[in-house]
Ligand binder design. Structure first.
Ligand SMILES: Cc1cc2nc3c(=O)[nH]c(=O)nc-3n(C[C@H](O)[C@H](O)[C@H](O)COP(=O)(O)OP(=O)(O)OC[C@H]3O[C@@H](n4cnc5c(N)ncnc54)[C@H](O)[C@@H]3O)c2cc1C
Length: 370
């Protein structure tokens, strides 16, 4: 048993848990913070993602979710600059933008452009001649494309840097899963792990798809489930594509720096089943190769699956619990948790410090009586 009583105990060691620890410790160095979670969790979303920072291609209306994602994209360059300086870990970030080919956008073309114009989203329409000049490897059948000013990060490097950055700032990192809590009435005193209790003044659940199980232990009913994605990475030389490519039920994310291209992804409601199926992976490659023919002959480096934490309304769950006086949540980041990481870390830091000015009602744990 750890004899310390931490000011904040964070349950979950993905990008969400570690970014909050890192940011909170940076804002208030006197706080003692512990992050709990199994680093060998092979289906955690943070290491499975493609790293697209795509609020514009992914969102369709200018609501509070869209604004939050957009603010997070804007925050990215400064966030990564500071994180690499603190952690000493390099993180590949590109703000070169995304491409949406006409062949994939189909009859949504006018609607997409109207949204981009209304929201003043940086975008351009590239005629076929410019597409040939800037991305000669794109299939001629793609037609003209919409270029959108968004980004791409190597999310595994991001996770490595957040873990290192938390550690460098003095966060205690404990490689243990939580199996229970010690609580009395509406107050939590300790998280229970296989190697003892971790006592704390405040607790934060950031356990991605497993947050619902943690909720069960706390006797709250969290409508959140894993949505599995199968993915693969193929060897393609840097420079064959400088942009993230959004197709129909497919995307291509260049990881650059000799890391090849990530191709994604499926959306499967199959519980915690992590199976990776060869025919599904081949389907991903075939679909992506229709946009970028050089992918057809690229050798497969690896394939994997990961679990996106999806709340019933597909919105994140962030803020203070209404049921426990010292419990907080940041989970349910679903398809955009990598994108939301910096803004989410700022939001939760302000929340934990009691200085959050404009809580977002749509994200509140209160909507599920948590
Ligand atoms: C295939 C795929 C592609 C994606 N692509 C993108 C993308 O391009 N862009 C984007 O923005 N987002 C993307 N996402 C979504 C993004 O990855 C997630 O929203 C984000 O990583 C969620 O992070 P998290 O830290 O909440 O969860 P996770 O990364 O899943 O981490 C959860 C953590 O909780 C820990 N844990 C579990 N149980 C316990 C317990 N009992 N006690 C302690 N700890 C526990 C786990 O070990 C893990 O460390 C993708 C996700 C997937 C699966």
């Amino acid at each position: 048993m750890d004899s310390d009583v931490y000011d904040v105990v964070i349950v979950g060691a993905g990008v969400i848990g570690h970014s909050i620890a890192y940011q909170l410790k940076g804002a208030e160095p006197s706080l003692s913070i512990a992050v709990l979670g199994d680093p060998m969790n092979s289906v955690m979303a943070s290491r499975a993602a493609a790293g697209m920072l795509a609020p514009y291609c992914e969102c369709e209306q200018g609501d509070s979710f869209f604004r939050f994602c957009r603010e997070s994209l804007d925050r990215y360059p400064a966030f990564i600059e500071e994180l690499t300086a603190v952690s000493g870990v390099g993180v590949y970030l590109s703000m070169a933008g995304s491409l949406m080919p006409a062949s994939s956008v189909g009859d949504q073309w006018d609607e997409r452009l109207r949204f981009f114009r209304e929201e003043k989203i940086p975008h351009e329409i590239w005629p076929v001649s410019r597409v040939r000049e800037r991305c000669p490897d794109l299939a001629p059948g793609c037609g003209e494309v919409i270029w959108v000013g968004e980004g791409q990060v190597n999310n595994r490097q991001l996770h490595d840097a957040l873990v290192a950055g938390s550690g460098k700032r003095g966060v205690r990192i404990i490689h243990q899963n939580v199996t229970g809590f010690q609580r009395y009435s509406n107050r939590i005193h300790a998280a229970v792990t296989d190697s003892g209790e971790i006592r704390g003044k405040r607790f934060l659940v950031a356990a991605g798809s497993w947050s619902q199980q943690i909720g069960k232990v706390l006797e709250v009913s969290m409508p959140l489930k894993p949505i599995k994605g199968q993915m693969c990475r193929v060897a393609v030389e840097d420079g064959r594509l400088d942009y993230t490519l959004h197709g129909l039920a497919t995307y291509v994310a260049p990881w650059r720096e000799g890391n090849g291209f990530v191709l994604g992804s499926t959306m499967e409601d199959r519980g915690f089943n992590p199976t990776v199926e060869a025919d599904v992976i081949q389907g991903l490659i075939d679909r992506a190769a229709r946009l970028l023919p050089c992918l057809k002959d690229a050798s497969l480096i690896e394939s994997w699956s990961g679990l996106r934490p999806a709340a019933e309304d597909l919105m994140p769950i962030m803020g203070a619990s209404g049921r426990y006086e010292n419990l907080y949540y940041s989970t349910g980041h679903y398809r955009n948790g990598i994108l939301q990481t910096p803004r989410q870390a700022d939001y939760m830091t302000a929340c934990l410090l009691g200085i959050l000015k404009d809580p977002i009602a749509e994200f509140s744990p209160d909507r599920y009586d948590l």
